[in-house]
Design a protein around this ligand. Structure first.
Ligand SMILES: [Zn+2]
Length: 435
């Protein structure tokens, strides 16, 4: 069985620009690790929607800079070394002219930065290299010989959609972006956790209540064309979505809420945080990493899309975003958190009491008393959240509250509360209602 990190390692050095054989190879590499059925959506280069344009199929065959016949820089050694969608250039130029085509990251002098603008602007033709600032600074004055050969040809942008059909057509979409050549955390980490999540759902649930999808997209552009390709019926079925991004670095989990911030999926994601053993963070829409939530939340779609990430991290958008910063335990914790979310979605019901008055929960026939301890032992209210729940629960179980709301209100672990209420149900004290 491969680790999640193995799935990242397999594909991260591929030159995953938006329309490229390397990107499809990365999708296929991930797909090898799941039996969940998929469908590919393809969009031809040049296709336009709302001003967004599908780029050409782009590849690089040679990317060298010489000075006095000595190779100074080989842009084939790392996928970030040539700017994405770069035009070709062959010729002799001065250092001054060459520098206009070189990009580096001042904050990380040894690393190669990510230049991605042209993926979003196919109408703009430029050529360029990305290189470490240390190399840039070492370039001596004089004439340079550039041999940059890239190919642009019509192709197809592939968006892959995996589906686990549920009892209901109501759908939850997980999304992650598969582009970003030569990097791990942003966002092969999200893709790899997404595929592992599909497998975990299949393993844990015989048949789910909701339909679950995972889409592997090209950031923004992939989601724009994917949503545009869905039928009105398919769009109507998507109730909620969740973006999975940068899940392997050494930072705490950050839940970025949806545009409205108070939707059901926001509540579920917030409740699921209670089950994490480590610290976590919560922020509002677009206060953390920005991704395809602006597409899903756009007018006409308005599909709530919180995002889960471990943003920020120092290596972001540079060649330092490599396997060294990816931690298997962080990937596993992210997966566990997402499974908590799915567990809540699958088991969340309204709870309606069958009793009036107050029930003696300590009576052995119920055996449901949550003991607050006794003051003479110094242990009173040792389990404050649960005991508070116990005192207020008779009034709250009126059929208008879901388990997730109660868990959130009392800061309780959802599965603990679910098990407790399930026992109440077995004793005939409550009913579980879907609506
Ligand atoms: Zn990025």
């Amino acid at each position: 069985m491969s680790s999640i990190k193995d799935l990242i390692a397999e594909s991260y050095l591929l030159r995953r620009s938006y329309v490229a054989a390397d990107l499809v190879e990365a999708i296929n590499n991930l797909a090898k690790h799941t039996k969940v059925a998929y469908k590919d959506y393809t969009f031809k280069s040049g296709l336009e929607h709302n001003g967004w344009v599908v780029p050409s199929d782009w590849s690089v065959s040679e990317a060298k800079i010489y000075k006095d016949n000595t190779l100074i820089y080989d842009g084939m050694l790392h996928p970030l070394s040539v700017i994405t969608q770069s035009a070709s250039f062959t010729g002799k130029i001065t250092l001054q002219e060459l520098k206009k085509h070189l990009y580096f990251a001042p904050r990380k002098p040894h690393a190669i930065p990510f230049h991605f603008r042209l993926s979003y602007r196919p109408w703009q033709k430029e050529w360029g290299f990305c290189l470490p600032k240390n190399v840039f600074d070492s370039l001596a004055p004089g004439e340079y010989d550039v041999k940059l050969n890239t190919t642009e040809k019509p192709g197809e942008m592939v968006v892959r959609e995996f589906t686990i059909p549920g009892k209901s057509k109501e759908t939850i979409v997980f999304a992650a972006h598969i582009d970003h050549p030569g990097m791990c955390n942003d966002d092969l980490a999200g893709c790899a956790v997404g595929v592992s999540l599909l497998n975990a759902i299949k393993k844990q649930f015989k048949k789910t209540k909701y339909t679950y999808k995972l889409i592997l997209v090209q950031e923004i552009v992939g989601s724009v064309f994917y949503l545009n390709a869905l039928t009105t019926e398919e769009l109507k079925n998507i109730k909620y979505s969740l973006f999975l991004e940068m899940l392997g670095n050494d930072n705490t989990i950050n839940l970025q809420k949806s545009f409205l911030g108070n939707t059901y999926i926001d509540a579920v994601c917030t409740t699921a945080l209670n089950s994490l053993k480590n610290l976590y963070r919560v922020c509002s829409f677009r206060e953390s990493a920005g991704n395809d939530e602006i597409v899903f939340e756009a007018p006409g779609y308005e599909i709530p899309m919180p995002s889960i990430s471990r943003w920020p991290y120092d290596e972001y958008h540079t060649s330092d975003d490599n396997l060294e910063i990816i931690h298997e335990d962080k990937l596993q914790e992210s997966l566990e958190y997402l499974l908590n979310i799915v567990f809540i979605l699958e088991n969340d019901v309204y709870v309606k009491r069958t009793f009036t008055g107050i029930v003696s929960l300590a009576n052995p026939k119920y055996d449901l008393y949550i003991d607050p301890g006794q003051i003479f032992t110094g242990g009173l209210h040792q389990n404050n959240n649960a005991t508070q729940f116990q005192y207020m629960m008779p009034r709250l179980l009126d059929g208008t509250c879901k388990i997730s709301e109660l868990a959130q209100k009392f800061n309780l672990d959802f599965s603990w509360l679910f098990n407790y209420l399930n026992k109440m149900k077995e004793k005939g004290l409550v009913l579980f209602l879907e609506k």
